[in-house]
Design a protein around this ligand. Sequence first.
Ligand code: ZN
Length: 528
Amino acid sequence: MATLSFFGAAGTVTGSCSMLETDSGTFMVDCGMFQGNKTVRALNHQEFPFVPEQARFLLLTHAHIDHSGLLPKLVKAGFEGPIYATRPTVDLLEYMLLDSAKIQESNADRANRRRQRRGQDKVYPIYEEQDARKTLKMLQPVDYDEWFEPIKGVHVRYANAGHMLGSASIEVKFHDKETKNTMRLLFSGDLGPDEKVFHPEPGGEQGFDYIISESTYGDRNRDDYTLEKRREAIRKELVDGLARGGNVVIPCFAVERSQELLHDIGTLLANGDIPNTTVYLDSPLARKVTTVFIKYSHTLDDIEIDEEKLFKDKNFKLVESVDESKAIKHDKRGCIIISASGMADAGRIQHHLKNNIWKKEATILFVGYQAPGTTGHLITSGEKEIRIHGQNFKVKATIRRLGNYSAHADQQELLDWIIERGPVVGGLFLNHGDDDARAELRRLVAEKGWDIDKIYMPHFDESFELRAGSAKSKGRAPQRMDESVLQRDWFNDYAAFLIQLDDQLEDETNPEKRRELIAKLKSVLPKA
Ligand SMILES: [Zn+2]
């Protein structure tokens, strides 16, 4: 009997990683990085709760780092491949995994410098460049809509998921000895909205034993986001932002979102719809990824795209070196700065926030999902002060958020996609969503006549026996993480406490009172 396990993206949206054990062999779907607060990110350093060598191959739905980012770690831990992915995904990973390896190495270097000063032991990067290079060699490109057989008895077919360049839903068929049936499974991957620049809406087959569907926006319908309305919304934000007299800083994912923004801003500049200003793309990864988009521009689904002009404008400055990046702060004219990471918890965007967030005339414009506990989430939640690189910064800039850039299907689109893929015999698993989102989606699917007892919300590290007519939980692997810290962990509390303490000490002008406060706080600590 087949067993399906969820080793990530259960009750959360990051760290996608599933394993399917069948009579013919064991394989995996995705192996993504965890993103969020420090406790969630610490999972990236822990050992996998399964034996990587056991998996005979891996099916990758798309290139986003929360689906692909731990592949080099998997390889380092003994997985021998192959890894199947669409051609654009393979090309994107070429840049993304090497970039990620560099980030892991420099994070470890920075931590070690700090740890050395404190007399602590060295830490090691999650993986290094050599692991990423080894992983890239295991990639096997596949085409959409064509069946292939990675191991005898398991048949696989990729279908367009409309989420990003190369993204796919994956259909899997295999013979099950116990039920003497052919089992048909469908992994949604991340699903795109109906109307998205570059990509047609997601498709797929009908009638399955089990569907495993994402549920990111299971509790939300988005504002209208036709291409025209979206472009109008960003136009207004940029015009208003520049009119405040400062920079417009946009934390942005390097892959796809940066290209969408460049495409929209380029169009607005060409039409004279926004002021003639410099647009910095300060993300070496985004710059490289842009070349992959140009390579596949013939497959992009937008009639306005002219390959010669794509992502090119005299106002665009594609920043490469660290020195060039630092020099942006001397540009006093009011400019647009697009930089990664999209959740502002790493990368060059943190420097741009440090230079701008305390300025009244500046604007910070968020255009993507912010996972709980990330710097981006704290800022968009209205925190008045934040900590970056151990320093406090008052939030004086205008904070704006555009919801219509999402690469994800919203509630109605998810519901439609699921219902159109039906009927299901065994059941529906809802993963890749916060608990509220999937509970709401579950309720709505049940309202359409699906058996609510067969709509499962898997826990983190939970496994299920896939029986002929329904699934049965086999329980959870020994716990790696308490799900309650997903929203807020002790690091978040600690940072908030430090900010409050600093402010209190600063506001208190009487030195004796300051000493009293410190003595009082110290008195509750255990004796050193
Ligand atoms: Zn994605």
